[in-house]
Design a protein around this ligand. Structure first.
Ligand code: ATP
Ligand code: MG
Length: 589
C-alpha cells in the first residue's frame, strides 16, 4: 500500500522505482536526448542575451563604435531567434516524449488488466485500477516530461547565470550572491505552503469526482428514495472545499513573485551601492542592466524547482501504485507445453476430489466429485452460497483448484491452453454485460471469422431475431453499456445467441433468476432448449422447466455432491432436493 511504506525506506524505494521508470524513457532515448540538447541551447541563449546587451552598452555605445553596436545587435537578434526556435522544438520534443511514455506505460498496464486473473478483481475495487491507468499514469508523465526535464534545465540555467555574472564582474557577482539566502528561504516557505495547498486541492477534487460518480451511478436510487437534497448539499460542500483550497494556493503564488521581486531588486540596489562606495567597484550602465536582468531570471527556475518537488512526490506515489499493478502475479497461467487439442471436445467432464477456497479459512468445495458423460445435460442445484457459480468458474479456469482435478475428455484443464479451453466452452453468466456497440457486435463480439450470417443464424436459434428485426436499424442498432434498449428477457436471449454463435462443444449456464413475464418465460425456455440440443451442458437451474429439460440433477451441499438423479427420483427419495423443492428455495416453475 502506498501509504504504509516505512518513511526511512522511501529514498531507496524512490530510487528503485525511478530506475524502472527510466527504462521507459530509455525506450524513447532519441527524443530524450533531443529534449536535453534543445533545452541546453535555449537556456544558453536566454542567459547570453543580457550579456550581449551589456556588451552593446558598455563597449559599443560607450566607445562610440556604431559598426560594433550593429554587429552586437545582429548577434543578439540571431541568438534570440535561435533561442525561440530551440524553445519551440524543445516543447514539441519534450511533450512527445511525455506522450510516448504515457502510451507505452498505459499499454503495458492495459495488457496487464486484460491478463490478470479473476482473483485480482475479486479483491481490488474497479475504481482503483481505473485510477492507476488514468490519473497515476498522467502524474508520471507530468513528472517525466515536465518535472525531470525542467529541473535539469533549471539547474543548468542557474549555473549558467552564475557563470555569466562571474564573467561580467567577479567582485560584484560574489557580493550579489550574498542575497541568495533570501531566495532560498522565500522559496522554501513558498514550497511548504503550495505543497499543503495542492494536497487539499487534490483531495477536494477527488471528493468532487467520487460524489459525482455516485450521483450518476445511483441516480435511480436517489430518485426512488428521495435523497436528492442530501446529495446536493454534499456536493455543494465538496465544491466549496475545492474553491477554498484552490484560492489558498493561489494566494501563495500571488505573494511569492511580488515579494521576491521587491526583495531581490532592493537587495541588488544595496549590493551595487555597497560595492561602489565600500569596495570601489566601478558601476557601468551595462553591468547594472545585466545584473538586474540576471537576478530576475533567478525566480523562475527556483520556483519551478520548488513546484517540481510536489510533482516528484505525486509521481513517486503514482509510480508505486502503477508498479504494484504491473507486478501483480497472474495466478492462472498457460501450461509450458500445452496438450494437443482435438478438433472438438467430445464433452466428457470430470470433477475429481475437487477442493477450492477463496479464503483458506472458509473452504467452498471439499472433495467434490462427479462425472458428466459426453452430450449429457445436468442441472446443478443447491442452497445459495453452496458453490455452484464457483464450480463453473473452475471449469473455465477462472481460478485453479487447490486440490483434486477437473478434466475434459480425460485431460486436466491445467494442461490445456486457457483461451482455447474457454473458446470451446460457452459460459452464460447470470447477468449479461453488454458492450457499447451494435446488436450484431454484441453477439459476435468481434471474433474473427464470425460473419453476419452466422450472427443472424445464432440470433434465430436463440429466438432473438424477431426482436431485432423490428428495431429501426436491425442488427446495426446501437446498444449502450447499460443495454437499456433491450428488456431483461431479450438480454438473456442475446446471451444465448452470443454462446450459440461460437458453436461451442460444451455449454455452461448460470440461469438468470430475473423474473420475466410468462410470454417471455416460454420464449426463454424454448431458447434454452435450442441451446442445449446435442451439447454437454451444466446448468445452474432455477426453473422447474429447465430441471425437466436435463438428464440428471446434481445437488451440491457443504462442498460435496450430496445427491444425484432425476427430478422424480430425487423427489421420491425425500432428501435434500425434495427439501429444496418444497421450500421453493430455488425453483420458480
Ligand atoms: N470472488 C469471491 N471471493 C471470495 N469469496 C467468494 C467469491 N465468490 C464467492 N465467494 C464465496 O464462496 C461461496 C460460494 O459462492 P458461489 O457464488 O459459488 O455460490 P452459489 O452457489 O453460486 O450461490 P447463488 O445460488 O447465490 O448464486 C460463498 O460463501 C461466497 O461468499
Ligand atoms: Mg451463483
Amino acid at each position: 500500500m502506498a501509504t504504509e511504506t516505512d518513511p526511512a525506506q522511501a529514498p531507496i524505494r524512490d530510487w528503485r522505482q525511478l530506475r524502472r521508470l527510466l527504462a521507459y524513457v530509455r525506450r524513447r532515448w532519441p527524443l530524450a536526448v533531443a529534449s536535453v540538447l534543445l533545452m541546453l541551447a535555449f537556456n544558453a541563449a536566454g542567459v547570453a542575451e543580457p550579456y550581449l546587451v551589456k556588451l552593446g552598452i558598455d563597449r559599443d555605445v560607450a566607445g562610440g563604435d556604431i559598426a560594433g553596436l550593429q554587429r552586437t545587435a545582429l548577434w543578439l537578434g540571431l541568438i534570440m531567434a535561435g533561442g525561440l526556435v530551440c524553445q519551440f522544438l524543445f516543447n514539441v520534443a519534450v511533450q512527445s516524449l511525455g506522450q510516448r511514455l504515457l502510451l507505452d506505460l498505459r499499454l503495458d498496464l492495459f495488457r496487464k488488466v486484460l491478463e490478470l486473473s479473476k482473483d485480482y478483481y475479486d479483491k481490488t475495487a474497479a475504481g482503483k485500477t481505473l485510477t492507476n491507468v488514468t490519473n497515476d499514469v498522467e502524474a508520471i508523465r507530468e513528472f517525466i516530461s515536465e518535472g525531470i526535464v525542467s529541473v535539469v534545465g533549471d539547474l543548468l540555467k542557474v549555473g549558467m547565470i552564475f557563470v555569466a555574472m562571474l564573467a561580467i564582474d567577479l567582485k560584484l557577482a560574489l557580493m550579489a550572491f550574498v542575497t541568495l539566502p533570501v531566495f532560498v528561504l522565500a522559496t522554501a516557505l513558498f514550497r511548504r505552503s503550495i505543497r499543503s495547498g495542492f494536497r487539499s486541492v487534490r483531495k477536494a477534487n477527488a471528493e468532487i469526482n467520487t460524489s459525482l460518480n455516485e450521483t450518476i451511478s445511483g441516480i435511480r436510487e436517489i430518485r426512488l428514495f428521495r435523497i436528492r437534497d442530501r446529495f446536493a448539499a454534499d456536493f455543494a460542500v465538496h465544491n466549496r472545499n475545492y474553491r477554498d483550497a484552490y484560492l489558498k494556493t493561489i494566494r501563495a503564488y500571488a505573494l511569492y513573485f511580488p515579494v521576491l521581486e521587491g526583495v531581490s531588486n532592493l537587495g541588488m540596489m544595496l549590493t551595487l551601492f555597497a560595492a561602489h562606495t565600500l569596495v570601489g567597484v566601478e558601476l557601468r550602465v551595462g553591468v547594472i542592466f545585466a545584473f538586474f536582468a540576471y537576478i530576475n531570471m533567478f525566480f523562475r527556475p527556483l520556483r519551478e524547482m520548488a513546484e517540481q518537488f510536489n510533482t516528484f512526490q505525486a509521481a513517486m506515489a503514482a509510480t508505486e501504485r502503477v508498479l504494484h499493478l504491473l507486478d501483480q502475479p497472474v495466478s492462472v497461467q498457460d501450461p509450458a507445453a500445452p496438450a494437443a487439442l482435438p478438433a472438438r471436445f467430445a464433452g466428457a467432464l470430470e470433477f475429481r476430489g475437487v477442493r477450492f477456497a477463496y479464503d483458506p479459512e472458509a473452504p467452498v468445495l471439499q472433495d467434490f466429485s462427479c462425472r458428466i458423460r459426453p452430450g449429457e445435460r445436468v442441472a446443478l442445484v443447491g442452497y445459495t452460497g453452496s458453490g455452484k457459480t464457483t464450480l463453473i468458474s473452475l471449469l473455465n479456469r477462472l481460478y485453479d483448484v487447490t486440490g483434486g482435478a477437473v478434466t475434459i475428455d480425460g485431460t486436466d484443464l491445467r494442461e490445456l491452453p486457457v483461451r482455447e479451453l474457454r473458446r470451446r466452452i460457452a459460459t452464460i453468466p447470470q447477468d449479461v454485460f453488454l458492450f457499447t456497440g451494435t446488436v450484431a457486435e454484441n453477439i459476435g463480439l468481434h471474433v474473427p471469422g464470425i460473419g453476419r450470417d452466422r450472427i443472424e443464424a445464432a440470433a434465430r436459434e436463440a429466438l432473438l431475431h424477431p426482436f431485432i428485426e423490428v428495431m429501426p436499424n436491425g442488427y446495426d442498432e446501437n446498444v449502450l453499456e447499460e443495454g437499456r434498449l433491450l428488456s431483461a428477457g431479450q438480454r438473456q436471449l442475446l446471451s444465448f445467441a452470443r454462446a450459440l454463435v461460437r458453436e461451442p462443444d460444451i455449454v455452461v449456464m448460470d440461469e438468470a433468476t430475473a423474473s420475466v413475464d410468462s410470454a417471455t418465460e416460454h420464449l426463454v425456455e424454448d431458447a434454452i432448449h435450442n441451446l442445449l440440443r446435442g451439447r454437454t451442458a451444466i446448468i445452474i437451474a432455477h426453473r422447474l422447466s429447465t430441471i425437466r429439460e436435463v438428464d440428471r440433477i446434481l445437488v451440491l451441499h457443504k462442498g460435496r455432491l450430496a445427491e444425484e438423479g432425476t427430478h422424480d427420483e430425487l423427489l421420491a427419495r425425500g432428501g435434500l432436493y425434495s427439501q429444496l423443492y418444497q421450500r421453493q428455495a430455488f425453483l420458480s416453475a
